[in-house]
Design a protein around this ligand. Structure first.
Ligand code: B12
Length: 338
């Protein structure tokens, strides 16, 4: 059979729906003034963030079922649902990457590239990129030539940055989407009640800074957490992508937050998280709470806790439950609002 789905009403209906939804989005982009303009104004980014917050709320409220995540979860040996840290306890061996040795190996390679190339060719190739970027010449051709004479990616993009400047992504949050979409009001009301009582007792709302460190560009989870915690009554700051631990620590101290939430999906938590915590402590933020979310193997938990991480939340975390746990930790363990 060449096409087993040929003539299937279901398949035709699905492709028809896909096409009409895509056409709707294309019309919206055209009305906005084209794709370049929409990207510049942050329209696609906003739409993606709204969609991911809405979807997270539907998963957390159980309206959308994902087997193994919010239904029929793997059980612990004593028959309880595997949630939170328990959920991350895998029996699969994980490859440990030593980020410090990766960094020094990369620096060595960079040094040998720089020592073995013709510097005049490099200078001229980078100048050609600047010229192409400021005029209307073919930039791709200039970049290919720069690669051939062994310019590094950093040098190539810095040459363009000389002409165009550096893009700064906005870190604004989409507000209200998570709270609105979460249909079972009880859990949300309970957390809102806790945040209100926290504010009454301490004079301010619980304040959370969500950060992404190093080269980890997975920001969907961080943005969902920031938007949802904000809808749950927290005062939330979201750091920019690619912060160093020292930069994030400075932001935490300056914003005088109760909680620093690190979202890590690129396996650098073993070095970046302890660096951030010791930097915050060195700067006088000893009483802050540190929470970590994302892809963190179980084998690392004990060490991270020893280094000062208070709580770890893995993939599949229910955000309302997480917010409640964080609030209880602030009140019961840290005694912030007693
Ligand atoms: C989507 C995705 C991408 C997207 C990211 C888009 C974006 N803007 O976010 C793209 C395609 C760009 C991408 C790229 C890469 N990815 Co990727 N990616 C994923 C994927 C499939 C899903 C991540 C996600 O968004 N999940 C949905 C969100 C909502 O979940 P979450 O982040 O886990 O957040 C939840 C919890 O963890 C927790 N949480 C998270 N943060 C925080 C913070 C706080 C404070 C709290 C309380 C809770 C919390 O709450 C959230 C809600 O439940 C994962 C696999 C997976 N299933 O996790 C791989 C994964 C993270 N990627 C991986 C890799 C290797 C890469 C690349 C290096 C691939 C490559 N060779 O180029 C690049 C790296 C790019 C970069 N610079 O970082 C690996 C990382 C391996 C590791 N950590 O050891 C993973 C695990 C896949 C795998 N199994 O190998 N990726």
């Amino acid at each position: 059979v060449a096409d087993p789905w040929g003539g299937s009403y279901m398949m035709e209906a699905l492709t028809d729906e896909l096409e009409s939804r895509a056409q709707k989005l294309i019309r919206e982009v055209i009305e906005f003034g084209g794709m370049s303009k929409s990207i510049y104004e942050g329209w696609p980014k906003r739409r993606i963030e709204e969609f991911s917050s809405r979807r997270q709320a539907r998963i957390d409220s159980g309206e959308e079922v994902i087997i193994g995540v919010n239904k029929h979860r793997v059980q612990t040996e004593d028959g309880k649902d595997n949630t939170g840290e328990e959920k991350l306890r895998s029996r699969v061996p994980v490859r440990i990457v030593d980020t410090r040795s990766v960094r020094s190996e990369q620096l060595e390679k960079l040094k040998s590239v720089r020592n073995s190339r013709n510097n005049d060719q490099v200078v001229s190739a980078l100048e050609q990129i600047r010229l192409a970027a400021s005029g209307g010449d073919n930039l791709l051709e200039a970049c290919v030539h720069a690669g051939e004479v062994r310019c590094t990616l950093g040098e190539i993009s810095s040459a363009m940055e000389d002409v165009w400047g550096r893009h700064r992504a906005s870190t604004g949050l989409v507000g209200g989407v998570y709270g609105q979409e979460y249909s079972h009001g009880d859990e949300v009301s309970k957390v809102l009640e806790l945040t209100r009582s926290f504010e009454t007792k301490t004079g301010r709302r619980p304040r959370l800074l969500v950060v992404k460190l190093g080269q980890d560009g997975h920001d969907r989870g961080a943005k969902i957490i920031a938007s949802a915690f904000s809808d749950l009554g927290f005062d939330v700051d979201l750091g920019p992508l690619f912060q160093t631990p020292a930069e994030a620590a400075r932001q935490a101290i300056e914003s005088d937050v109760h909680v620093v939430g690190i979202s890590s999906l690129a396996a650098a938590h073993r070095t970046s998280v302890p660096e951030l915590i010791s930097e915050v402590r060195r700067s006088g933020g000893g009483d802050m709470t540190f929470i970590l979310g994302g892809v963190v193997p179980e084998d690392d938990f004990a060490q991270l806790h020893e280094q000062g991480v208070d709580m770890i939340f893995g993939p599949g975390t229910n955000v309302v439950n997480a917010a409640e746990k964080v609030l209880r930790h602030l009140v019961e363990v840290k005694q912030v609002a007693r």
